[in-house]
Design a protein around this ligand. Sequence first.
Ligand code: SAH
Length: 494
Amino acid sequence: MFLTISATGTPERPATDLGYLLHKHPDNAQTFSTSYGTAHVLYPEASAERCTAALLLEVDAVALVRRGKGKGRGGAPDAALAQYVNDRPYAASSLLAVALSAVFSSAMKGQCNARPELPGRPLPLRVEVPALPARGGADLVRALFEPLGWTVTVEAVALDAEFPEWGDSRYVRLVLESERLTLSEALRHLYVLLPVLDDAKHYWVSSDEVDKLLRAGDGWLPDHPEQQLITSRYLSRRWSLTREAMERLELVRLAEADDSAVEEIDNAVAEETEADSEDAAEPEEKSVSLAVQRRDAILAALHASGAARVLDLGCGQGQLVQALLKDMRFTEIVGVDVSMRALTVASRRLKLDRMGERQAERVKLMQGSLAYTDNRLKGYDAAVLSEVIEHLDLPRLPALEYAVFGSARPKTVLVTTPNVEYNVRWETLPAGHSRHGDHRFEWTREEFRAWAERVAGRHGYGVEFTPVGPDDPEVGPPTQMATFVLTTKEEKAA
Ligand code: SAH
C-alpha cells in the first residue's frame, strides 16, 4: 500500500523544501521497520518545480496475525483464511496512518529545526492514494476532505479491469489538492481520515486514542461538520470514548472561540498600565508585572506546603510549569489544559521534544477538562488553579469544584482570581469592564471568600487568603489567592 505527497515550487521556493519538511533527503531511499512490516520513503521526482515523496508500506500479513492484529475484517465462515488473505497489504488503512505518523512524526508536529520558517507556510500540495477503502463511498470522501480546504478527486476502482460488468470495488483512487494547507495539517488530516474511511482499526482502541485524535485534530476537527462520524469511526465506535471525545471537542471549541482565551490579557492590561504611567507614583509597585508577582506568590505557597508533585490546572501556555521545572524541589509537574492550542504553545515553550531525559521525566502536559472528574489527577501533593476559575461559566463551577476538591483531592490547592474591586485602579480599563474578554465573572474579595469557604467546608479543607500585588487600603489587591489545605482525618492518616 502506498501514498504519494507532491509539492510544486518556484526557483525562490523550491519544491524540494518538502525534503526538509519531511526530514527525509530526496537523494536517499530510506527504510524503516515497523511491527507489522517495512516502510520505505523514496522520491520518484525531486526538482525545484516538483517534488514527490512516496511512502510505501510492505505489510507482513503473517506478522499481523501473529500479533493478533489481523482481526479487523471478517467474522465470515472463512475468517481463518481471511486473516491471511485480505486487503491489508494493498489498501490504505490504519496501518498506513500509523506508518505515516511514525515515519513523518516531526513533519506532523510541524517541527523543522533546520528551516524553522518552513512548517508554518502553506504549500501547493497534491496527495494521491491509489487504493483507499472508502466505506461510505465517494460522497463521504468529499464530505470529509472538502471542508478542510482540499479539492477532491475520487474515482471508483473497478473490481476487475478485465470484467467491467462486475462493477466497482469498494476502493477508490483519491487525489487531494490544495494551495492553502501546511504539510503538518495535510498529514494530520490523512492520519485521522484514512482509518475513518477504512473503518477498521488493526489494533485495540484504548483511551489514549482520544488524546491522539485531539492532538491530530488540533485546529480542524473541533469545527468539522462531520465531527461526530469522524470521532465515532476513529474510535472504532466505542461509544464511551466517542462521548468523551465529543465533550472534549466541545470544550476546545468553547475555549478557543475566544482566541485570546489563551493569552495573558490581564497581564497585558497590567503591562499597558505600567507603560502608561511610567513616571507616575509608586514605580516600585509597577516594576514587576502582576503575572510575575502571581507566579512568585504561588511558588512561595508551594514551598511552604512542602509539595513535590504538582498539578497546574488550566496551565495555559506553560509559564508556571516552566518556573516549576527550574526548581528541583518539584519532582513531578503536570500541566493540564482544555485548549490544544495552549498546550502546543506550552510544549514549544518548554522545548519538550529537545529536553534531556531527566528533565523530561519530571514534566507532562495533558489535555483535559476540569469540568469532569479525571483519575489521572489523583494522588498529587498540590494543585494550582491560576486565573482559571473565572474562565468557566458559573453553572459549570460546581463541576470543577467536585473534580478538584472531591475527586482529585490534592493535599494543597491554590486558587488565584482577579479581585474586581481593584478594577477601578486600572487606568486603561473602562468602568464596568472585566479584565479579559473571556472572563465569565470577576469577584469581590467578599464573594471569593464566601465561595472558597463554602467549597472548603464541603470537601474537608481549611482555607486562608493572601493578597497578590499592591494591597490597596480601599479596594484591596489586584489578585486574590486562596490556599486550601486538606484537613479530613482519614486523609491525614493515609
Ligand atoms: N494558568 C495560566 C493560564 C490562565 S488562562 C496563567 O495563570 O497564566 C485560563 C486557562 O484555563 C486557559 O488556558 C484555558 O484554556 C483554561 N481552561 C478554561 N476552561 C477550562 C476547563 N474547563 N478545563 C481545563 N482548562 C480550562
